[in-house]
Design a binder for this molecule. Structure first.
Ligand code: XAI
Length: 588
């Protein structure tokens, strides 16, 4: 229930008559006294909105490290605009260190943010989010609470240099790893790579990995201020954005502007089209589905594939291009890209940005597309850059980043070589005697949302060592897992239903023929139904390793990739009136 609704004024944007926090602070009974004392709310703070700042910075997460530097600016912005900033810690989902995958904890963070907002006297939220999963968790929480909310993004890390060339996070390391496996990078050089990488500053991956992609999605959905994506972490501009975010969230509270006003179907469609234009991370498909699921928006893979079908690659950033995310930012970022796409009918210009202004209005003032950002008439490559495929192997769909794939492998039929276990896969792929040919299809299964659990980025299986040494750089890979946004290759991802819940992927055997037919958007297992039935009878459901705690709960409730891997009881559409029920404010 929003403040205006509680006062009987009905929903919608407009001045909020009384803030939610008044429930905690108004009155002279012992409860109000204790509440005011707890937050040091003095007489001149009465009637000022309380802005909760969810702080996801952590020593375990270098991506979010810049928040410490800009938090004072954010708080100053809140105060200057008349609000009371209150910082509270929230779980930090660091991509590198969390195993088996930070994805396992995305929903937990979304719950933590939502429940913190529910339980406390907050009128608005600023969610500090930067690394891959903190951004979608924050978006999911914002979609679920009925509080004015904005994300503050933490920017991209600087690029260390190797041999005089800037190193793109992820992408360049994967390339070097491939060369190392081919015997082209010796131990000394490999050591130098590590030394150089550790010189990068704080911030998220500087390529179009998942973090940058999700930053762009947050901006596209009107949940982060225009110009946020790709801002260098160690730059004064991030401090300016922090200050402006503080000011803007208070304005939103004053106007009762809810995330639900901006998280609309046109905004979601824009996000998917921008994702295609930048050759963004396939992980965003899952995260956007989770956000959409909470609002009852349509993001079926069929619809998404149609949205992608005529969007060319317009941004020259790794892994689909050659430059880094800071270059995109400097070239005008999302606004310049929108300026290229709106006139071509590829984006809805009327959607609201986080600044309140319609996208078309501010895009009109952005630098004209040039260099890193191309015009629709002169794209980097024609679309589609992403596609959804369906078939006997993926009845509920799968996703492929065609812009990062080998064009000659997009129509391909080959024998399956199946891997059920990540560690075993790495060992076998390094085995010179592994029976595998370049035309074969590597199947990496058992790593969907239920499987591991948490759907780790295991999908881009390395090319078998013998083949990589012989010069093979790509093969078709099929997986129910994900891959890094910084990865490349012909990898069919997020196959649903996954193997662990009895999807057809579980029935594949070494030597079966698998056909990828991108033109027809098909992914098929060429095995007849009676044989598949026989195998189904013989296949036991995989044993669940996790018997307690969050992983167990997650396995019991997680939905498949097309539903965003959200938990079954968190998706909507929840009736508006029941979306965010507040606690009774009495003695605790
Ligand atoms: C590079 C990582 C850790 O894999 C991730 O950030 C991504 O881009 O998906």
């Amino acid at each position: 229930m929003s403040a205006s609704e509680r006062d009987g004024e009905g929903r919608g944007e407009g001045p909020a008559a009384r803030y939610r926090s008044a429930e905690w602070f108004e009155g002279d009974d012992e409860v109000a006294v204790l509440n005011r004392v707890a937050l040091r709310v003095g007489p001149h703070d009465r009637g000022r909105p309380v802005i909760g700042i969810a702080d996801t910075s952590s020593g375990l997460n270098p991506c979010n490290a810049a928040f410490e530097l800009v938090l004072p600016e954010l708080e100053r912005g809140v105060r200057e605009a008349g609000g009371i900033p209150v910082r509270f810690p929230a779980m930090s989902l660091g991509e590198d260190l969390m195993k088996p995958s930070a994805m396992l904890y995305r929903n937990l963070l979304a719950i933590e943010l939502e429940e913190n907002a529910r339980a406390h006297p907050l009128d608005g939220l600023v969610l500090l989010a930067n690394c891959d999963k903190t951004v979608p968790a924050a978006l999911m929480a914002a979609a679920s609470v009925e509080l004015p909310s904005l994300l503050l993004l933490g920017g991209a890390r600087s690029a260390p240099r190797l041999d005089g060339r800037p190193l793109g996070s992820g992408t360049d390391l994967w390339r070097l790893l491939e060369q190392r496996r081919a015997g082209l990078v010796d131990a000394e050089k490999w050591g130098e790579v590590e030394r150089v990488l550790s010189c990068a500053g704080p911030g998220s991956c500087n390529t179009m990995g998942t973090a940058s992609t999700m930053a762009l999605m947050a901006e596209a959905l009107g949940m982060a201020l225009p110009g946020s994506t790709g801002c260098p972490s160690a730059d004064g501009e991030l401090a300016r954005l922090a200050h402006a975010t503080g000011v803007q969230v208070v304005r939103q509270v004053q106007q009762d502007q809810l995330p639900q006003h901006r998280l609309t179907q046109p905004a979601l469609d824009n996000a998917f089209r921008l994702l295609a234009a930048v050759g963004g991370s396939t992980n965003a498909v899952v995260h956007l589905a989770a956000v959409a699921g909470r609002l009852g928006l349509d993001c079926s893979l069929e619809r998404v594939d149609r949205l992608w079908s005529d969007v060319p690659l317009l941004v020259d950033v790794e892994p689909c291009g050659t430059r880094l995310i800071q270059d995109f930012h400097q070239a005008g970022g999302l606004l310049s890209l929108a300026a290229a796409m709106i006139p071509a009918g590829l984006l809805h210009g009327g959607v609201a940005t986080a600044s309140g202004a319609p996208l078309a209005d501010i895009a009109a003032a952005a630098p004209a597309p040039s260099g890193v950002i191309r015009t629709v008439a002169e794209p980097l490559r024609p679309g589609p850059t992403l596609a959804a495929v369906f078939g006997t192997l993926a009845p509920s769909g799968a996703v492929i980043k065609t812009a990062a794939a080998s064009p000659d492998l997009l129509q391909h039929s080959g024998r399956a070589v199946v891997f059920d276990d990540y560690k075993e896969m790495r060992v076998r792929l390094d085995d010179e005697d592994l029976a595998v040919d370049p035309e074969d299809v590597l199947v990496v299964r058992g790593c969907g949302p239920v499987g591991v659990p948490g759907m780790p980025e295991w999908g881009m299986a390395p090319i078998p060592r013998r083949l990589v040494a012989a010069g093979v750089r790509d093969m078709v890979r099929v997986t129910d897992g994900r891959m890094s946004g910084t990865s490349f290759g012909t990898v069919v991802l997020h196959v649903a239903p996954e193997a662990a819940v009895g999807g057809a992927l579980a029935l594949v055997r070494d030597g079966d023929r698998i056909t990828l037919d991108l033109e027809r958007r098909r992914l098929d297992l060429e095995v007849d139904e009676p044989e598949l039935d026989r195998r189904r009878q013989q296949t036991d459901p995989p044993a669940r390793q996790h018997l307690r705690g969050w992983p167990r709960h997650y396995q019991e409730h997680v939905l498949q990739a097309p539903q965003g891997c959200d938990l079954d009881y968190l998706t909507g559409p929840t009736p508006e009136s029941r979306r965010f029920v507040h606690p009774v404010v009495g003695r605790s």
